[in-house]
Write a protein that binds this ligand. Structure first.
Ligand SMILES: [Zn+2]
Length: 182
């Protein structure tokens, strides 16, 4: 019997646990999708995770957020997920950032990230994250969930011939953006 937490993962061909242990990932948005993503990152043993969210937990978050408990209502999401990720896997360093990305997460720090995972709920926030990641030259993955579907897309400023988030916004995204500005 072996005693390594990651033995099952290491059975996957070409798996490099060390790479994950050294990785720096920012998760922007700690709602329903952010909870799922963070749970997975913790189980995988991602070494360094920054969690960004300005919001607090409300009772209606509990049906979709595996890391939140009823006793967490009113607390900051970023703070609670930090505790729960550390519980899931003490190997992981987690840094809570309570605030909006554009105000609370410095550009120098952003540049250090291997990838940024956007778990956001509005077009405006996605555009803002997109802009910052392109300035910093850091790839980001946009995730989104709705009632019965989801989407995921990679945007990589290191490959300039590919579209960024703003370039690929369709009519419905522009409508949602304009709607939110009213
Ligand atoms: Zn673009």
């Amino acid at each position: 019997m072996s005693d390594s937490r990651y033995d099952r993962l290491k059975l996957i061909p070409n798996w490099k646990q060390e790479k994950l242990a050294n990785a720096k990932i920012a998760v922007v948005g700690c709602g329903a999708l952010g909870n799922e993503v963070l749970k997975n990152l913790a189980l995988l043993g991602i070494g360094n995770i920054w969690v960004v969210d300005y919001d607090t937990i409300e009772i209606h978050n509990l049906t979709r957020s595996v890391l939140f408990r009823e006793s967490d209502i009113g607390r900051h999401k970023a703070e609670v997920v930090t505790e729960r990720v550390k519980e899931l896997n003490p190997d992981v360093q987690v840094y809570p950032v309570i605030g909006k990305l554009e105000l609370a997460f410095g550009r120098g720090l952003l540049r250090e990230m291997d990838v940024v995972l956007g778990c956001l709920d509005s077009v405006g926030a996605r555009r803002s994250l997109n802009k910052r990641c392109y300035f910093a030259g850091v790839p980001w993955i946009d995730g989104g969930i709705s009632h019965s579907s989801g989407n995921v897309a990679l945007f990589d400023p290191r490959v300039p011939e590919t579209a960024c988030y703003r370039c690929k916004m369709d009519i419905s995204a522009w409508e949602r953006l304009n709607e939110s500005k009213r």
